[in-house]
Design a protein around this ligand. Structure first.
Ligand code: C6P
Length: 413
């Protein structure tokens, strides 16, 4: 299919018009937003759904016998069903609403760590994890005496699968791996990782923060034990995210937080816990967030994940070609399979200076270590400039970005 046909398949002008913020001016220029990996913009339908919820549907959920509370409960549980469909999970009760990917990982590391980790055990992660998939496991290891092991990354930014195989052993109690790297864009072979871990009966948590906005995720096909993502990266609101857990694991793990909603009965002597998913949702949940996320997932499904993927692949190839032609520019992360993230450095310049000069031209990119400091150490660099694309970006964004970058480099070199 030609480039134009792909863009038409997504009706990119209509898509852009769905996102009010994209029509903003920034420092006297039309905004070019290339930081969706940090957080994506929101389509009108998400904003309107949240507004409608607070105006007409709000009451606490799972508590009232009155009609309004029942309506709010139905809207909240419908959102859970939408997440189930989005991930192709087997049951709604396998979907836990959390604050974001970070909280989802903390929930698993804490509950799993308390029950299953002991001295001498190992937790296996990779060198390209976000801090959110490193620090919680370090904390669980510190508390239990387990040891953190790390699968190395090759120069292209791919996991060294031979090392992965060697690091897996009967001491490994859990594997935690990012699906798509937020810094390198690498799409990891999570299906293969899970299959190999399962041969030794080791469960796998997948950090899907950067995969959910770009790839069609099927937790059953992957056979993932746990899968997390954040709503704000998939065009939904902030403060809401998802932990998918296989039912058998969610039954086996102890609760993460105690409080209202997660209990069945409470006496001062003993508490019994609520059924799934409520056992892991202590306190009044983020109803507006969940309902807004449901609207965002509907929006993504309406556009079609396959069309989104094709469009972003095309943008990635186009941008990579233009950047590679710039003298002294080095792309960090050149994996065979990549999603729409490009990290790079330019000889003789500091990422912060480049980022600042781009901002002056209305172009938003992220600079720094992207919460992956150990990965920066692996490459021996302090940080990168990162441009990331979403379904609402088009070739004109890339053209403005590259022209802006060339202008910034003329000023700096
Ligand atoms: N990465 C980025 O600019 P939270 O903050 O919980 O919504 O997501 C954390 C997280 C976990 N894993 C990966 C792979 C991520 O990319 C992120 C968030 C942002 O790359 C902010 S640091």
């Amino acid at each position: 299919m030609s480039t134009t046909a792909i863009a038409e398949a997504l009706q990119i002008d209509q898509v852009r018009a769905d996102f009010p913020l994209l029509s903003r001016e920034m420092r006297g220029h039309p905004l070019v937003f290339l930081d969706s990996a940090a957080s994506s913009q929101k389509p009108r339908v998400v904003l309107e759904t949240i507004d409608h919820y607070y105006r007409y549907q709000h009451a606490n959920v799972h508590r009232g016998v009155y009609t309004l509370s029942q309506e709010a409960t139905e809207a909240y549980e419908t959102a859970r069903a939408k997440v189930r469909r989005f991930l192709n999970a087997a049951h709604n009760r396998e979907i836990i609403f959390v604050r974001g990917a970070t909280e989802g990982i903390n929930l698993v590391s804490s509950s799993f760590g308390r029950k299953y980790l002991k001295e001498g055990d190992e937790v296996l992660i990779t060198a390209m994890e976000h801090h959110s998939n490193i620090v919680p496991w370090q904390m669980a290891c510190e508390q239990s005496g387990a040891v953190l092991k790390v699968v190395p990354v090759n120069e292209r930014g791919e996991l060294q699968m031979d090392d992965f195989e060697q690091l897996l052993s009967e001491r490994t109690k859990i594997v935690a791996v990012v699906h798509v790297s937020n810094t390198l864009g690498t799409i990891n072979p999570v299906e293969e990782i899970i299959a190999r871990a399962h041969k030794l009966d080791i469960p796998v948590l997948v950090d899907g923060s950067q995969a959910a906005p770009h790839l069609q995720v099927d937790v059953q096909a992957l056979d993932a034990d746990f899968y997390v993502f954040s709503g704000h990266k998939v065009f939904g609101p902030t403060g809401i995210g998802v932990l998918y857990g296989k039912e058998k694991w969610l039954h086996a793990l102890p609760p993460y937080q105690g409080g209202g909603e997660m209990i069945e009965t409470v006496t001062f002597e003993k508490t019994t816990y609520n059924e799934l998913p409520h056992k892991f949702e202590a306190g009044t949940p983020n109803m507006a967030g969940a309902i807004g996320l449901g609207a965002a997932l509907d929006y993504v499904e309406r556009l079609g994940q396959a069309a989104i993927g094709r469009h972003e692949d095309e943008l990635l190839a186009y941008a990579t070609g233009l950047l590679e032609a710039i003298e002294g520019l080095r792309i960090i992360g050149t994996a065979e399979r990549k999603a729409s993230v490009i990290s790079f450095l330019v000889e003789g310049t500091h990422p912060y200076d480049v980022g600042t000069l781009l901002d002056k031209q209305g172009i938003a990119v992220r600079t720094g270590h992207h919460c992956t400091q150990p990965l920066m150490d692996r490459y021996g660099i302090p940080g990168t400039i990162r441009a990331s694309f979403a379904l609402y970006n088009d070739r004109s964004d890339i053209d403005r970005f590259v022209a802006g970058l060339e202008r910034a480099l003329r000023m700096l070199r």
